[in-house]
Each structure stands twice: as C-alpha cells, then as structure tokens.
Ligand binder design. Structure first.
Ligand SMILES: Cc1ncc(COP(=O)(O)O)c(C=O)c1O
Length: 445
C-alpha cells in the first residue's frame, strides 16, 4: 500500500528519533520528528501539532518598539511592574473588553503569559498555609503541570468533558472540600479542546472560589477568539465572559501571542483583582518577605523571576493596546481567519470518517477557532498520531493534555492556509480509504 509518504522513510525517522512512543511525545519532539521526515521525503506536512500564530505581527506594535529602541530605552532597566503607559492601557483593555475594573497598579506585563501562569501559581499556591495545591480543570496546556512540579506545588486535575453545566459544581466542590486547594486554573477558550465555559459555568466557578477562598487563575491565552460572538468592539456589549463577574479575588492571565500575533516577543499580561492585590496571605512572608499579596507579587515574584519585561517590547504592546482600546485597531478581525479555517478543516475531517471529540458547550455547538479535536474509529489518539505521519499530517494526542478521551487528537489550524486544503482533503481521503479496510501503515512491513 503506498501512503503519501513512503512508509520506510517514516519508519526509519521514527527509529532514528529514539522516541519510545511517537504518540506520547511532547509537541516539540513531534515537531523535530516531522521536520526530519519532511527533509528525508521532500514532502511537506500539514502541520497541526504546534500552536504557533500564523499571522504577521501588527505594524503598530512593530513600529512603536523600533521607535523605542532608537530612543535608547534599551540601555535602561524597565520598572518591574511595567511602564506606566502600559499599565494604564492594560487596565483600560480589561475595562473595555471584560467590563471589569482593575487598577493599573495591579496590571503588569510578564515574559509571555507562560511566565504569568508560573508566577500566579507561585503566589496563589503559597498565599494561605495548608492551601498549597492547584486544581487544573483539564484538558489543558501540559506545561502548566510541569510549572507546578518545578516550584514544588502539588496538584489535582479532572477532565471537564463529563462535567459541563451544573455538574461542574459538585465535581469542583469535591476537590475544594479537602481544604488544601489554593487556586484553580483553566484556559478559556480551552487549549486543546476549544470548549468555552458558559456564563453559568463561570458563575459556578466564581461562587465556589468565593465560598472556599480559592483564587481562580483564568488563562485567557485566546482572548476574544470565541468567534461565535463579536467581542471586537471596545466598551460595548457583548463583553468577554469572565469569572471576574462572580468573585472578587481572581487573577487574569492574558497572552498577546495569539490574539495579537506577538508570540515571539514573549510579552503577556497579568491582572490581579484589586481585592486580591490589596489583601494579605498568612503564608507569603517566608517566601517573599511580606504577607501583603500585591507587594509580594511585584517585589517578590516579579523581581526574583525576571525583574520585568524587555523595555522596548513594553512600548510596542502599549501602542498596540492603545489603538485597540481607542477602537483604531480591530484585533479580532485580524485573527478571525483561524475560525474560518477551522470550520472547513473540521468538515474535511468529518466527511472522511473522523468525529469531533469535544463538540458542545452545554447546548451550543463548539466555536470554530484555533484548535479542534478529532478521533477515528479503532484508533487511540496515540496510535492515530503515528499513523497520520504516513499521510503527511501531524498533530498531538489528547492523552498528553489530561483528557480522558484517549482516542482523540488535537489539531491546530494556524499553520494551514487555505491553499493547502486540497492537499489535506486528498490525504484524508487516502487515510479513510485505507483504514476502512483495516490497513495500518505503522505495523505493515
Ligand atoms: C492555554 C495557554 N496558556 C498559555 C500559553 C502561553 O502563552 P504565551 O505565549 O503568552 O506565553 C499558551 C500558548 O500556547 C496556551 O495555549
């Protein structure tokens, strides 16, 4: 059977990679393997393993950063907690798009929201004595668990698939009752499944956090990218749903990587609600020299980790946010194409024997966005990852993301432009034809 990529090339590269299980490998490992197969075969893959933005960075940010560099700000240390104009614009951004009021003092840049998550776990997991675990609402971004382990914080996790709607309350409460959870973390829209919590689910999370004195760490890495509603207009409804409407102590983590196509700049935003920023925690002093939460965050965590974010970069983001906040730059329109691609790509998969794994937000079909999840009958996700390599398609297995739906894989749309859809379709047709008949390239000799 001739697959789109010669089977012996794929097998040989897998062997050379030394990976114990291709399907269980990390995103970066799969990425390396695919590059090697592409080099040996001369066939270019449909690359869906990595969540990298596929759009150019906004000119406003680029120009403002160049201008700052030319002015010489690069020779000076930036304030740890951000240049004043950036703090002001982050606070405005949160007011205009989430309808939450957070003082600029408690809004600051981080080295990607990756570092923001790290710091937030560090703070929220050490705030109160005995409440030193994080609850991850999975599926999730695997590196967050690595971060918890790296700072010695324990965690619990569960796959939310079976616990949407009111069922979520009992499930989360079961963990909180143990008394040792200090914070819970989820991404919304979710990486990898692209589920978006509904208003009623966010209300449940917020109410429970308030009742049990837990800090929700709301990871808004895909800010405004639930394209079912138009969240692009500053200061008008609909506002982006957030847990901040239902509890007063929370931390928001906002990435500029996907929504603003600035992944390479490594600049994200953290906003700590005023009530939390101005509160105290009885367990902070031994780590950060003070029990005052906000002070410990800035002069303990930010100072110790990176002492702020590159100075020029902050000017780039501040200028972009100002344009977004003033209504001069529509960031949602610039990334809407991901949703258009997802709609077509999902259709290509489902008309060739695949099914969508995470498919509903309570009673509403899932949005089309940056990621989607699929399965194929008779294959676990781990097996599917390996088998698809012979067809020139790369993705990651859901089992690496805390999902209990091990038969599935996550596909990212960002690197597949519309010009590649015909090729994707041909490869999926070939895959379906072969596998309906029970063929398996990975075990065929
Ligand atoms: C859920 C989630 N959180 C955080 C991040 C990291 O974002 P940043 O590039 O701002 O560090 C990502 C990036 O893929 C993500 O998917």
């Amino acid at each position: 059977m001739q697959t789109p990529i010669a089977p012996d090339i794929v097998r040989n590269e897998i062997k050379k990679s030394g990976l114990a299980s291709v399907g269980l490998s990390s995103i970066r490992e799969i990425n390396r393997l695919v590059l090697n197969i592409e080099a040996s075969s001369g066939v270019s893959f449909i690359r869906m393993e990595m969540g990298v933005p596929g759009m150019p960075p906004p000119k406003i940010a680029v120009d403002a950063e160049i201008e700052a560099l030319k002015r010489g700000v690069g020779s000076k240390y930036p304030p740890f907690d951000g240049i004043p104009e950036l703090k002001t614009e982050i606070s405005r951004f949160i007011q205009l798009f989430l309808n939450l009021s957070i003082d600029g003092e408690s809004c600051f840049p981080t080295v990607g929201s990756m570092q923001g998550c790290y710091m937030a776990m560090m703070m929220a997991g050490r705030r109160l004595a005995g409440k030193d675990k994080i609850l991850f609402i999975d599926p999730g971004f695997p590196v967050n668990k690595r971060q918890a382990s790296a700072i010695g914080i324990g965690y619990e996790s569960f796959d939310v698939y079976e616990y949407r709607g009111e069922k979520l309350r009992k499930k989360i409460e079961g963990y909180l009752k143990a008394g040792d959870i200090g914070a819970l973390l989820y991404s919304n829209p979710n990486n990898p499944s692209w589920i978006c919590f509904t208003e009623s689910e966010l209300k449940i999370i917020g109410e429970l956090c308030r009742e049990y004195d837990i800090i929700p760490l709301e990871d808004l890495a895909y800010f405004g990218m639930d394209f079912r509603k138009d969240y692009s207009k500053p200061g008008v409804e609909p506002y982006i749903p957030t847990v901040g409407n239902y509890t007063d102590k929370y931390i928001l983590l906002i990435s500029s990587s996907k929504s603003f196509s600035l992944a390479g700049q490594r600049i994200g935003m953290t906003a700590v609600s005023d009530a939390l920023f101005n509160s105290t925690g009885n367990n902070l002093e031994r780590y950060f020299g003070t029990n005052k939460f906000g002070y410990a965050y800035i002069f303990g965590a930010v100072y110790a980790l990176s002492s702020g974010v590159s100075h020029t970069n902050q000017y780039g983001l501040a200028a972009l946010l100002k344009a977004v906040n003033d209504g001069d730059y529509n960031f949602v329109n610039s990334v809407k194409e991901y949703g258009e691609r997802a709609e077509i790509m999902k259709e290509l998969f489902t008309s060739n024997g695949f099914s969508i794994v995470y498919d509903m937000d309570e009673d509403q079909p899932l949005a089309d966005g940056f990621y989607f999840t699929v399965s194929y009958p008779g294959f676990s996700g781990v097996e599917l990852i390996e088998e698809l390599l012979y067809y020139g398609i790369s993705a990651i297995s859901l089992s690496t993301t805390g999902s209990d739906h091990h038969e599935g894989i996550r596909a990212c749309v960002s690197l597949t432009g519309k010009e590649r859809f015909d090729e994707l379709e041909k490869r999926l047709i070939a895959f379906d034809m072969d596998h309906k008949e029970g063929f398996r390239a990975m075990s065929a000799e």
